[in-house]
Design a protein around this ligand. Structure first.
Ligand code: DC
Length: 180
């Protein structure tokens, strides 16, 4: 296991990614964006055309491909079977559908195992995601829980979506954020 593990938990739109990325840079630590893992499985499942509500199918997708997560300047890159999908997993479609993957316990179990494996091979890790300090790394050296006002969380998420050309109303964004 790494010498230093810092976890940053919190709900969507609370600022976890920004804080985790900056902290990882300051500490010269590897940054683990666990949301990107759920997004990658979701993306692969959508590509395969499987029923997203079928947990076993999602697990088959996870076992049927090589998911590669690596640290790069200012973030983490994601590849599936050697094809870089770092940008594709940020699409509004994947963002909306990731909740299927996130609510499949067997997929969570496997991704937590992969997160521990990622940390085991590195000296310092800053990891972010809603279950990092509570489940994945309950013995972490330092744990943070970030939160923000629901209206502010919705506003941030909407700005992100608008930047990607998706014109959802603030109310729709707020509902979607609550569902996640
Ligand atoms: O933080 P994000 O938007 O990239 O997360 C993508 C999805 O994965 C979102 O539905 C939250 C979920 N997630 C999770 O359930 N557990 C984590 N450790 C990280 C993300």
């Amino acid at each position: 296991m790494a010498d230093l593990i810092v976890t940053i938990d919190g709900p969507a739109g609370s600022g976890k990614s920004t804080v985790a990325r900056l902290l990882a840079q300051k500490l010269a630590a590897s940054f683990l964006d666990t949301g990107a893992m759920y997004r990658a499985v979701t993306f692969a499942a959508v590509q395969a055309g499987v029923d997203l509500s079928d947990q076993q199918k999602l697990l088959d997708v996870l076992h049927g491909h090589r998911f590669q997560f690596s640290t790069r300047a200012g973030g983490m890159s994601v590849a599936i079977d050697d094809v870089d999908v770092t940008e594709q997993i940020r699409s509004p479609d994947v963002t909306a559908k990731a909740r299927y993957t996130a609510s499949a316990p067997k997929v969570r179990e496997e991704l937590v195992r992969m997160q521990r494996e990622f940390a085991a091979g590195r000296r310092k890790v800053v990891t972010e995601g809603r279950d990092q300090g509570t489940v994945a790394f309950a013995d972490a050296d330092v744990k943070f829980f970030l939160t923000a006002d629901p209206a502010e969380r919705a506003r941030r998420r909407q700005a992100e979506l608008h930047a990607k050309g998706c014109n959802e109303s603030l109310e729709e964004t707020r509902k979607a954020i609550e569902e996640r």
